[in-house]
Design a binder for this molecule. Structure first.
Ligand SMILES: [Zn+2]
Length: 287
C-alpha cells in the first residue's frame, strides 16, 4: 500500500501507552453494555463465550494509569492506522452524500491490555470491535500481530481490511441496521440469532470491500497485491477455519461471522460493484 505522506485522520485516539495497573475485581456481567457488545459482537474471529468470560473477569477495579513510551514500530503502526482511517472517512462521506445523508465519523481507539468502552471493559483477547454506544472502533494492534502469525494473513492491507470491516459496523449503525437486528434478536432462537449475526458480519465484509473499491479507484492507494491480501484476510478469519484451528471441528450453527468462502464472496462483491445496494445480505437467498 502506498500510504506514506497521505492525510491522517484526526479521529485516532491512541491509548496504547496507557496500561492499567491495579486490582481487577470479579463481578457479574458488565450490565446491558456487555450484552450489547456481545450481541453486536463484531470482532474478526472471536468466540462469544470468551467475551462473556472477559466481562465477568474484567469488571473495573481501582486502578492507576501508567504511561509508557511507544517504540518506533508502534508509532509507524499508529500512523498507518490513521492514514487508512482518513481514507475510509473520505469514501464514506462521499457515499453518504450520495444517499442524501450525513456521515458521522467514528473514532478509532488504539489500546493495549484493556479497552474502557461505553459497551463495557474488554481485554485485548477479544480482538477488534465496534461499540455502537460510543461509536468508537477499538483496536488492539497485538491482535493484528496474532492474526498475521496464527491465521497466515500477512501484510498491511490485512490490517486495513480489519479497520474497514469495523467501520462497516459503524455504517450499519448509522443506517439503522443495528437497531433492526437488535429488535429481532429477542424473538429468535439461538440458531436463528446466529444466522442473523452471520448476515450482519457478511454485510460488514461487503462494506469493507466497497471501501476498497473506491480507495483503489479514486486514490491509487491500493494495488492488486493489496486486494489479494484483503481477500486472504477475509478468508483467514472465516468461522469455519478458525473453529477448525481452535477446536478441530466445525459447528455451522455456532457460526456468527460466516465461512471463509462467504466472507471472501461478500468482500469481493463490494469490491467489484462499489454499489451499496448490492449489499443486502439480510434478504440474499445465497450467502
Ligand atoms: Zn464484524
Amino acid at each position: 500500500m502506498r500510504w506514506q505522506g497521505r492525510r491522517r485522520s484526526d479521529n485516532v485516539v491512541d491509548r496504547r501507552g496507557i496500561r492499567r495497573r491495579g486490582l481487577a475485581i470479579g463481578g457479574g456481567l458488565g450490565g446491558l453494555g456487555g450484552v450489547v457488545v456481545l450481541i453486536l459482537y463484531l470482532l474478526l474471529g472471536g468466540n462469544p463465550s470468551e467475551v462473556t468470560q472477559t466481562f465477568q473477569a474484567n469488571e473495573p477495579g481501582p486502578s492507576t494509569e501508567v504511561g509508557e513510551a511507544l517504540s518506533d514500530k508502534d508509532k509507524e503502526m499508529g500512523d498507518f492506522v490513521s492514514v487508512v482511517l482518513a481514507d475510509i472517512e473520505d469514501v464514506w462521506r462521499a457515499q453518504f452524500r450520495k444517499l442524501g445523508k450525513e456521515y458521522r465519523e467514528p473514532r478509532l481507539v488504539l489500546f493495549a491490555d484493556q479497552a474502557d468502552s461505553a459497551c463495557g471493559y474488554s481485554s485485548a483477547a477479544v480482538g477488534p470491535f465496534y461499540c455502537p454506544e460510543d461509536e468508537n472502533v477499538y483496536l488492539d494492534l497485538s491482535f493484528f500481530e496474532d492474526m498475521q502469525r496464527e491465521l497466515d494473513a500477512p501484510g498491511d492491507f490485512a490490517l486495513a481490511y480489519v479497520i474497514a470491516h469495523e467501520v462497516g459496523h459503524h455504517v450499519q449503525n448509522l443506517l439503522g441496521v443495528n437497531d433492526q437486528v437488535m429488535s429481532l434478536q429477542g424473538r429468535l432462537s439461538e440458531r436463528e440469532s446466529n444466522q442473523l449475526m452471520v448476515r450482519m458480519e457478511l454485510q460488514a465484509d461487503f462494506l469493507a470491500g466497497l471501501w476498497a473499491h473506491y480507495a483503489q479507484l479514486e486514490t491509487d492507494f491500493l494495488d492488486s497485491a493489496d486486494i489479494e491480501e484483503g481477500i486472504n484476510a477475509a478468508g483467514a478469519v472465516g468461522d469455519d477455519r478458525i473453529m477448525r484451528q481452535t477446536q478441530g471441528d466445525v459447528v455451522p450453527d455456532a457460526f456468527t461471522h460466516g465461512t471463509s468462502e462467504q466472507r471472501v464472496r461478500w468482500f469481493k462483491k463490494g469490491l467489484n460493484t462499489g454499489d451499496i445496494r448490492q449489499g443486502d445480505t439480510f434478504n440474499a437467498t445465497r450467502l
